[in-house]
Design a protein around this ligand. Sequence first.
Ligand SMILES: O=c1[nH]c(=O)c2ncn([C@@H]3O[C@H](COP(=O)(O)OP(=O)(O)OP(=O)(O)O)[C@@H](O)[C@H]3O)c2[nH]1
Ligand SMILES: [Mg+2]
Length: 198
Amino acid sequence: MKEIVIASKNKGKIAEIEKYFATLSVKVISLAEFPEVDEPIEDGDTFEKNSLIKASYYALHTGKACLADDSGLEVDALNYAPGVYSARFAGEHATDAENNQKLLVSLENISKNKRQARFRCALTFLDTDGTVITCDGSCEGEIAFAPSGDGGFGYDPLFYLPELNKSMAQLSMEEKNKISHRGKALKKMAEKLAGYLR
Ligand SMILES: O=c1[nH]c(=O)c2ncn([C@@H]3O[C@H](COP(=O)(O)OP(=O)(O)OP(=O)(O)O)[C@@H](O)[C@H]3O)c2[nH]1
Ligand SMILES: [Mg+2]
């Protein structure tokens, strides 16, 4: 069975990717099995570039096929920030709570009808022979005025989905994977990988 390293240190992402890949005939390996491997510098200006930076770095240092995810939140009223800086919006080692607080303060004077936002996700699979497969996904929503729900991670409690009248953090992991940026990208990736690994 093909071994694929989930090239991420984000526990929330890893759980969602593992859940998705549970139905595929691939053996998922965690970076926890490579404690000696450091982290790459994510200095790309797009999700796609950062995703390739991570896949390349971890493939080089683990010697295995890797699947990397670069993702983030774009808020229209903030000129699409925090974007590729989503993990460090409130500072280099900011917690989710600090990032959420900064987001709420940044949008303090923005009215309900001007709080459109989207999550974006770029996935890169890099095989040991250099084969690259990329997929992306996005999910539209609005930034709420207060957090709700305790599922998911990151900005999920503030990411309101009007059609569902729920925040992303009020969805189960299965529900989130059906509609989220990552879920959509993973669906495409699973289809491409099934063809590639056949
Ligand atoms: O509420 C959220 N629901 C999501 O589904 C989601 N996906 C991404 N994000 C945000 O974007 C950053 C990614 O930054 P990022 O791609 O560099 O990942 P990361 O640094 O956390 O881990 P790694 O994969 O790089 O090791 C994360 O930290 C989060 O703040 C999300 N927030
Ligand atoms: Mg990162």
